[in-house]
Design a protein around this ligand. Sequence first.
Ligand code: PBG
Length: 364
Amino acid sequence: MVKQLSLYFNSVYKPCEFANLPKPTPPPIKTTMTIPTPHFPTTRLRRNRRTPWLRNLVRENTLSAADLIWPIFVIEGEGKQEPISSMPGVNRLSIDVAVEKVKEAAILGIPMIALFPNTDAKLRNETASEAFNSKNIVCRAVRAIKSAVPQIGIMCDVALDPYTSHGHDGILKDGIILNDESVKALVKQAVVQAKAGCDVIAPSDMMDGRIGAIRQGLDAAGFQDVAIMAYSAKYASGFYGPFREAVGSGNLLKGDKLTYQMDPANSDEALREVALDIAEGADMVMVKPGMPYLDIVSRVKREFSVPTFAYQVSGEYAMLMAAVAHGWLDADKVIVESLMAFKRAGADGILTYFALDMARKLKT
Ligand code: PBG
C-alpha cells in the first residue's frame, strides 16, 4: 500500500498580525513525496534499539550543559548557604559563595545563570524602591560574578515581587495592579541591572507593553547590546510555591496573580503574548512553568522559530525531589528524562535548579 504525503515547506518567518514587519513574500512550495507504508515483519523498529551504539546513533535529541540556565538565589552575608525547605538541595547563597559555584558552572559549560534576590524584609515596601538601588543585592552579585567569572552570561529577573511589601510583581493600588505605573518601575529596574553588568534582562512580571518600554529604556541608556528574554507565556501557576519561599515573598503575597499571569486553560493566548513580545523587541522568549506546559513550548517554537526557553520551576523541582527522597523515583533517570522532554518539545534551553548537578553528570 502506498500513502501520499504532502509536505509544505515554508521557511519564511511568518510575521504576526501585531508586528509592523514586512508582509511574507514567497508562497509556500508544495512538494509531494511517495513513501511506502512501513509494515511488519519487514519493518522492525526494535532493530534500531538493539545496542547502545545504535541507540546513540539514531537519537533525535541531545542534552548538554550548553542547554542549561542555572537560577541562583542570593542573600546578604559571607560564607552562607541557607537551605530552602521546599527545595531540598537548593540553597540561598551569599555572594562570595555564589561566585565560587558560578566558577564551577562556567567550567562545566553552563552558558548563563539567572539571579534572584532574597531581599531583607526591612527593605521591602509599597513602591519596591530597593529594586532601583544600584547597590541592591542583585546588582552587587552581578558585579562580583562579572569580575570573577567574565565568561558566563548573567540574566536578571525584572519584576517587583522580591522588593514589594505585598509580594506582587507590580505597583498595587486599592487592590489593583497598575499596569503602566508598573511598567515605568520595571524600566528603571532593568536599566539599573544593565548598568551593573547584566547581559540578559528577563521580565517576569507579565505587565502589558513592558518589553517595548524596557527595550526603549535600555537603548536610551546606551545598552543596545543588552538582550531581553521575555517570560512571554507565564501562567498563574501553583508550581511557584517553593520559589516564593526561596525569595521570601510567599508569606507576604496578598491575593493571587490571576489579573496579570495567564490562565492555565489558555493556549492561543500564549501565542498572542509571544507575538507581542517579539514585535516589541524580545530577543528570546520563555514559557513557564515547564513540564505541565510542554504543548505551549512546542506551539511557540513551531509558530515563531525564535530562541525559545522553558523554565522547569521550583514546584517541578520539589515534586521530583520529594519522590526521589522517598525512594519512589530514581533521580538519575527522571532528572535527565524531564530535561530531555523540553528539548523534544523544541526548547532551545531550560532554566532548571538541576543545572549544576546535571552539568556535572553530563561531564562524566
Ligand atoms: C517573579 C518570579 C516567579 C518565578 C520566577 N520569577 C514567581 C512568581 O511569579 O510568583 C517562579 C520561578 C519558580 O517557581 O521556580 N516574578
